[in-house]
Design a protein around this ligand. Sequence first.
Ligand code: FAD
Length: 484
Amino acid sequence: MRGVVTSIRLPRLSPDRVDRVRARLARELGDSKVVADAASLEANAGDESDQEPILPDVVVRAENAEDVAAALRVAAELEVPITPRAAGSGKSGGAVPVAGGIVLATIGMNRIVDIDRAEHVVVVEPGVVLGDLHRAVEAEGLFYPPDANSLAWCAIGGNVGENAAGPRALKYGATRDWLLGLDVALVGGEATFVGRRTKKGVTGYDVAALLCGSEGTLAVTTRVVLRLIPKPERVVTMMATFADVHAAGRAVMAALGSGIVPRCIELLDARTLDAVRARGVAVDEGARAMLITEVDGGEDDAMESAGRVGSRFDDAGALAVLVAQDASQRDRLWEARRQLSPATRAMARHKISEDVVVPRTKVPALLDEVDRISEAIGVSMLTYGHAGDGNLHVNFLWDDDDHEPRVEAGLDRLFRAVLTLGGTLSGEHGVGTSKAPWLRLEQGDLLVDLQRRLKAVFDPKGLLNPGKIFDESARSGTKGHRAC
Ligand SMILES: Cc1cc2nc3c(=O)[nH]c(=O)nc-3n(C[C@H](O)[C@H](O)[C@H](O)COP(=O)(O)OP(=O)(O)OC[C@H]3O[C@@H](n4cnc5c(N)ncnc54)[C@H](O)[C@@H]3O)c2cc1C
């Protein structure tokens, strides 16, 4: 039986080759940008997924596009694996250097290069933290909607790498919907711009869209051009509680049928509410499900929209519908939502969090299946997430190491159920190593092989971020767990 911790490990470089690579990189980039001390290697070994951390042989701390190109040139010449990395908050193993080699750290490239107020465009380097980008453009009255809950930490390079999304994707979409163009460097060090800086443009293939979500397997991003819109004048945040998740599921469909597109509808199931209560947040004991919903718009119409959505919740049987009265109440509510990941992590020694998607009409069916899986495998599970677009974080929580095989069986059953319901394995975290063994189940042989061929066009020797997306040998180990 396969173990739950993803522990793909590819063959490593010999000590001689490691010495040669380090020396060559230091010559090209200078000693200060090429580090191999134990602390630096460790800091670049893992991410926030269940993929076992694996030490690289050397870390390049890129400060500009030339550094990135130089590292990629050395990687090609010496035929060394190279793994791009931003903040390392990924949840599918994308930034883990599973073959060792070079980690190309782009987090130091963190300049906001230009905020163009006339064109509503922002140009940033890949190490800019998402929350910093939000603050910078909002200070200019502009708005960048993608809002991964890791926004205080994750960076734009990783957001593009994973096509990250967040609660506001319900109305505004994911990173790809805001991406206009990218400066990239290829294995070998050639550099080019893909995409455009204008609002419209249809020349050639949409390579920027292809690279977005390619998990650092095709090219390395050195600069990103993103579209902006004017900041909505008003945001109204509501919290509605329900006696069970089915009532909440009905309320989601009722709200979406109201003619209003809320910018998010976040669901918390009964066990998640227990975790929230355990963190000291007061939630009515009778509530077994909660929806956190936001609408935005002009000063006058946002409140009216909120009223319409709220009355749909009432009609669907809400126990209570509360509207945040000011920004600080709203911030507290969102802080509680953003704390769900650490709060639920504290509930058991081990946690795996999936980010499956089903058609939103099938959310109640998925939640029923989660209950059945939990009962069948005897492992605690809880679910929260972006119910408005059917993207749910299904969590497995367990203490006993011997329960690994049960969790593995539960994961397999979950993924198969999701596909039977017409869904997809990942709504935002990507495939990485964690979901690679199931990719073929969703996409079939032809599509997987087409993508492998595409990868070979960009990277014929398979040096750039090897072991990701397509490597079905992942999840074959049973080495120790990290509670992730
Ligand atoms: C508490 C928590 C909450 C989260 N909430 C969300 C959420 O709401 N929505 C969501 O989408 N995700 C979420 N995530 C997952 C994660 O934050 C996102 O996937 C994020 O986009 C990763 O960004 P990063 O900077 O940490 O990238 P990393 O983890 O460093 O890298 C991610 C991928 O991008 C590639 N990459 C990084 N930089 C570059 C570059 N310069 N060029 C090419 N490829 C590159 C890497 O090789 C890797 O494959 C959450 C994670 C945590 C821990």
